[in-house]
Structure formats: C-alpha cells, structure tokens
Design a protein around this ligand. Structure first.
Ligand code: MLT
Length: 409
C-alpha cells in the first residue's frame, strides 16, 4: 500500500487560477458567443519585444552551429546574465550584489514555492493576508500547518492581515516567525512599502533571527520616486533577507520562463544546536541537485532585457500596462468603487459593491458583463469582500470592461 502525502488533502480544492479558468470555461460553454474580457490572472498580453526576439533568434542559430552549441549550462545561470542582473538591477540602486549570490531559475512561482524546502520542518511561517497563494499552499504541502478552519485559516500559520484599516500593511506578528513572506509591490493589493516600512521589517527580523522572503516580482511597475525596489536598499537586509525577482511581468516572459533569486553571502540559518549555516550553500546544493539551469536561448533573451534597446522597449510595455491600471482605477473610482493600488503595481484592488462576497461578485461580473477578475477571498480570508483586476489586458479590452461595468451600475 503506497501512502500519500496527506498534507495535500488539507489544501483547498483547487489552486485559485485554475478554479477561475474552470468557471470561465463552464460559462463560455453555455454562452459560446459571449466575448469574455480576462482581467483575472496577471498574465501579460503584449508580444515579446523585438530586441528580446532578436536575441533569441540569434541564440537559437548559435545553438545550431558546432562552435555555438551549448549543452548543460551552469545550474546557477550563465555569467553573462548574472553580471547583467548585478549591474542593472542592483548596481544602479547602489546595491552591491555578487554573481555568486544570484540563482537564475525558470520562474518566481517555483522559487517562492521551493525555498521553504531548505528550512526546518517546524519553522514558523508568517504570511500576509491576502497573499499570493503559493506561499501558503507550499507550506501546507510540506506539512508545516494543520487543517484549515471554518474561518479559512490554516492552523499553525501566522496570518498578518492587510486591511483597509492598516493601509494594507501588515502589523508585526506577536508570535515571532522564522520565515516571513513579504511582497512589495504587493500582489494582490497593489500597495508598496516605504523605506521606513522595510527598515522596520529588517530590524524586526534581526531582533527575532527571522528570515524575510521578499518577493519583488513587480518592482518594475513602481512609478513614484523614493519607493525601494529591492530590500537590499535597506541597511542590514543582506543578513536577513532573500529576494525574488522575475522577468515574467517585467519583460513579458510568462510564456518564456525566467526569474532569479538573490541569497546574500551573509545570510545564515541555524542547526538545532545553534550552529550557523550559510543559507546560500543550502540553496546552491538544492538548485544544483534538482535543476539543470534555464536554457541558453532564454538566458540570452533575458540578457537582452538589459540592452539599451531592450530597456527602451520594455519601458514602453510597462507604460502601456500602467496606463491600463490608471484607466481601471479612475474609471472605477468615477463609478463610486473604492479602489486601491494600480499606481506602483499592475493590480487594482477594489471593495465589492453592496457587501457582495468576492466569489458572488466574480459570478456577477462574469454573468452580467463577461469580465473576469480574481476574487479577493482566493488570496486569503482578509481578502473576502474584495476583488482584484489585472492591468495586463489589451488597452481596448480594458476600456470595454470599464464600459460594461459602468453599464451595470
Ligand atoms: C497572479 O495573477 O497573481 C500571478 O499571475 C500569478 C503568478 O505570477 O503566478
């Protein structure tokens, strides 16, 4: 008899986005002529920019030559990409990140999901609420939580509610966690953290010997001056934080797959008897054992994101999405909705009208306006009564979605 990992049975039925896709499929089968506008999952819609396409074509051709062929690459990433990341994503911020501290991967979802493996089974985990569901579900799968209660919360998980009352910035947990997941610009609420906020988290982590898992996948969408793009802009963060970055939203790589994680040399975890261990060395062992690197062609594509032409083209894509965010934010505000985010993030977080539940509002919008968003409760119990719209759609679809929602009002 083969026993299963029963922790999987604790998970809520389906992962959020497949559940949305399932409901949309049922609706379209019943209404085959309906033109559905999808502003649910944060998937980009603009094509890969020409400089990145050129780099891929040229790398693919190189692979077809004897001299230019590449087999297995370095698991951690090719030096040309590590160097470009260190210089452009960190050097420009005045932050010194070494090539050995960067690990290139095939996506932030995998990185955020896999990182917990190198920490103790009894590590105490703190997550924002609402939160990107991957942080929670992967810890449930690993057996760090109990069952989920009637309030939708898993036992043994520290929830840090982000509510309208606290400006969608979680308070410090009373019980000190070992791992703290933070995401800024935030998915799903679209809020950003100031330097003061991050400084306070770094101090908190130092005091409690906790590690911050800082998801910065949306930093490219920050438009206001003075907002930190990396946690390493905060003094002392190298001793307490791991950072996750992605090319998915920044450069339209959701279908190409490339991301990276930074683990500073100084970051230490502890054995049961209190001996210090390099977290980077553990991750390196895991990464080189379970992963064979991102393809050469994809890494060349990622390198092109940092070329002068690449930067210009990508800035245009980001401006396009942020114009969508503005249109959604302003359009819905005019209709009387309470809206948050959308200024430094590609997500708009709104209060559902007439106190509708998140899923009721989802069904209502799908049924009456054929607009798909993401129910806030799918991101955690404190998301109940909220709804997320993504700015990654086509400009004309966004305009039409607002028009349809306005017709409902
Ligand atoms: C989202 O919509 O929250 C994201 O697209 C999910 C992801 O990046 O995996």
């Amino acid at each position: 008899m083969t026993k299963i990992n029963e922790n999987y049975l604790k998970l809520k039925a389906g992962y959020l986005f497949p559940e949305i896709a399932r409901r949309v499929k049922v609706f379209s089968e019943k209404n085959p002529s309906a033109k559905i506008i999808r502003l649910g999952i944060g998937d980009v819609t603009l094509p890969i920019v020409p400089s990145v396409v050129d780099a891929m074509v040229s790398a693919a051709k190189e692979m077809g030559t004897t001299q230019g062929f590449h087999g297995y690459g370095p698991e951690q990433g090719y030096s040309f990409l590590l160097k470009a990341i260190a210089e452009n994503d960190y050097g420009k911020l005045g932050v010194n990140i070494q090539e050995n501290e960067i690990f290139v991967s095939d996506g932030s979802k995998c990185d955020c999901g896999n990182i917990q493996e190198i920490f103790s089974h009894d590590a105490k985990i703190a997550v924002g609420d609402p939160v990107y569901p991957v942080y929670v579900d992967t810890n449930v799968m690993a057996g760090r939580t109990g069952d989920s209660g009637s309030d939708g919360r898993y036992e043994n998980l520290i929830y840090m509610p982000s509510t309208r009352e606290n400006g969608f910035h979680p308070d410090f947990p009373k019980e000190a966690p070992d791992l703290i997941y933070l995401c800024y610009p935030n998915n799903p609420t679209g809020t950003v953290a100031t330097k003061e906020t991050l400084k306070a988290w770094v101090e908190y982590a130092k005091k409690h010997k906790s590690i911050i898992l800082f998801d910065s996948a949306y930093e490219a969408f920050i438009s206001e001056k003075g907002i930190p793009r990396s946690i390493y802009e905060i003094e002392g963060a190298r001793e307490v934080a791991i950072e996750f970055r992605s090319f998915s939203k920044t450069a339209g790589f959701t279908g190409l797959r490339c991301a990276y994680i930074v683990i500073p040399n100084e970051l230490k975890g502890f054995t049961k008897d209190g001996k210090e261990v390099s977290v980077q060395s553990l991750w390196s062992r895991r990464h080189t054992t379970k992963f064979n690197g991102v393809s050469y062609v994809t890494q060349k594509a990622a390198e092109a994101v940092y070329s002068t032409r690449g930067k210009k083209e990508i800035a245009e894509s980001i401006a396009y999405y942020m114009a969508n965010a503005k249109a959604i934010r302003e359009g819905l505000s005019k209709l009387g909705y309470d809206v948050f985010g959308g200024v430094n993030a590609p997500y708009i977080w709104l209060k559902t009208p007439k106190n509708m539940s998140s899923w009721d509002f989802f069904d209502h919008l799908l049924d009456k306006a054929q607009v798909v968003g993401t129910p806030g409760s799918g991101f955690g119990p404190s998301g109940e009564g909220y709804f997320r719209l993504s700015a990654f759609g086509k400009k004309e679809d966004v305009a039409e979605a607002i028009q349809r929602i306005s017709a409902l009002s």
